[in-house]
Ligand binder design. Structure first.
Ligand SMILES: Nc1nc2c(c(=O)[nH]1)N[C@H]1C(S)=C(S)[C@@H](COP(=O)(O)OP(=O)(O)OC[C@H]3O[C@@H](n4cnc5c(N)ncnc54)[C@H](O)[C@@H]3O)O[C@H]1N2
Ligand code: MOO
Ligand code: MG
Length: 421
């Protein structure tokens, strides 16, 4: 008699997995290798930026007090006593009706408090000396980029758990973070099981298929921010699989297998978990695809037994493994981001199970719209290519039609959801 499994609701299954979440460790990496990593500490400003008053224009630094009577009918002349570019500091004392020719980014001379743009001054030479004249007045601070106007020492800049992007790279560099505190990438072990599996480069043979789940999962693991340790494919042989899984567990933060979790004669993962004395958290989830997703824990370490069917495997990873990875990377919103979208296709059939339909989400007239990215069966690979979201169709409904509003889970997003269930 085949074992009867009792399905549990998706949110209960996710909760059971999240009971085993842990935070990752900190490591320091060169700023040059920190892009796309996740911050392990809040970033604070280590100095004022800019840390000196500077000129935002190419022009002349002046004492605003000397400009007060300047007007179209009263041109005021200044002697230009110094000339500095960005990176230089004028050592000169600037007296009444004197100016410094100054370039964008250069430090404002101590005695000056305003900058005249080059275009608004007339520059000329007289008796071997440089002069300029202006026809308008300036107030203290006119055309000055002030010390600390961008950030002040101690300002909170970016929260830990944030994915480093080009803008954060600029901030890291500005504040001298040559070595960046990032979360060590969770190491995710990966096995594909199945005697039918060929390598990608193999010629097709009768009854055999190319192993597509390994490369798919490796990419999903990397998309979530973790590192893959691929242990290879295993034939459907109990002892071989048992030994391989048992030893691999010790080398990684979590272990994924794909295939061999259902009730078939060569589906050995359930028996392997039992022999390892791992506690099975669930072995059936009330959803499609991915109903056979099985998760176990061994001394607090999670073993994800994902389905062999490609789409079921894909969905199982995104719902159960991804949030564990994202939590390890200090995210406060580790689950897939949930949004509302307008359905652009009909689903007339009654829907007994909660469905996660591989879907394409796009923006039309400022609104999210969605339609399935292909055939909605768990053994289908093609629908995965265009999927940037999973459309949630709750079970027990009479079907859906065009223009219905549905929930979608965004696959390529890093904002996430705190708890979308
Ligand atoms: N009697 C029952 N049969 C099945 C049930 C059930 O409840 N009762 N559940 C079905 C569902 S739902 C799914 S999903 C599959 C799950 O199967 P397994 O997780 O045990 O996976 P396998 O049997 O190893 O393989 C299933 C399918 O996927 C192909 N596969 C496997 N690995 C890969 C890979 N790495 N790359 C590409 N494709 C792969 C494999 O060849 C099979 O076609 O069970 C149903 N059966
Ligand atoms: O796990 Mo299966 O994908 O529900 O079809
Ligand atoms: Mg099977």
């Amino acid at each position: 008699m085949v074992e009867k499994r009792t399905p549990i609701p998706v949110k209960e299954a996710v909760k059971k997995v999240m009971d085993y979440k842990v935070e990752g460790n900190i490591e320091f990496v060169s700023i040059l290798h920190s892009n796309n990593r996740f911050l392990a500490q809040d970033l604070t400003a280590t100095s004022d930026v800019p840390h000196f008053d500077r000129s935002p224009y190419d022009g002349f630094a002046v004492r605003s007090i000397d400009t007060q009577t300047a007007s179209l009918s009263n041109e005021i002349e200044f002697e230009v006593v110094d000339h500095i570019g960005a990176g230089f500091v004028s050592e000169k004392q600037i007296g009444p009706f004197q100016a410094v020719r100054i370039m964008t980014g250069a430090q404002i001379p101590e005695d000056c408090d305003a900058v005249v743009m080059l275009e608004l001054a007339k520059a000329y030479e007289k008796n071997g000396r440089n002069y300029m004249s202006i026809k308008r007045s300036y107030q203290p601070g006119d055309n000055v980029s002030f010390k600390g106007e961008d950030a002040k020492t101690g300002d909170a800049l970016v929260e830990k758990g944030t994915k480093i992007n080009p803008g954060i790279q600029a901030i890291l560099a500005t504040f001298g973070y040559a070595e960046v505190p990032v979360v060590k990438k969770p190491l995710v072990g990966l096995f594909a099981t199945g005697t039918e599996l060929l390598e990608v480069e193999d010629e097709l043979q009768p009854g055999k298929i190319r192993n597509s789940n390994s490369t798919m999962l490796a990419a999903q693991i990397e998309r979530a921010g973790a590192e893959v340790k691929y242990f290879g494919k295993l034939p459907d042989e109990f002892d071989t699989c048992y030994e391989a899984v048992k030893s691999a567990v010790n080398e990684v933060d979590m272990l994924i297998t794909t295939g061999g979790v259902s009730v078939g004669d060569f589906d050995y993962l359930p028996a392997i978990y039992e022999k390892m004395k791992a506690e099975v958290l669930f072995n059936k989830v009330a959803m499609r695809p991915g109903s056979v997703t099985t998760v176990a824990q061994l001394d607090g370490k999670l073993l994800f037994g994902l389905s062999g069917n490609p789409s079921a495997c894909y969905v199982g990873f995104e719902l159960f493994t991804r949030p564990i990875i994202r939590h390890m990377l200090y995210s406060k919103k580790p689950h897939l981001r949930k949004e509302k979208a307008i359905l652009k296709a009909d689903f007339p059939k009654a829907n007994p199970f909660t469905r996660f339909v591989r879907a394409t989400v796009s923006i039309e007239n400022g609104k999210l719209v969605t339609s399935p990215s292909g055939v909605d069966k768990s053994n289908i690979v093609m629908s995965l290519a265009g999927a940037n979201a999973l459309m949630l169709l709750p079970g027990g409904t009479r079907g859906y039609g065009i223009d219905d509003e549905v929930d979608v889970f965004m696959l390529e997003d890093f904002v996430g959801s705190e708890w979308p269930w």
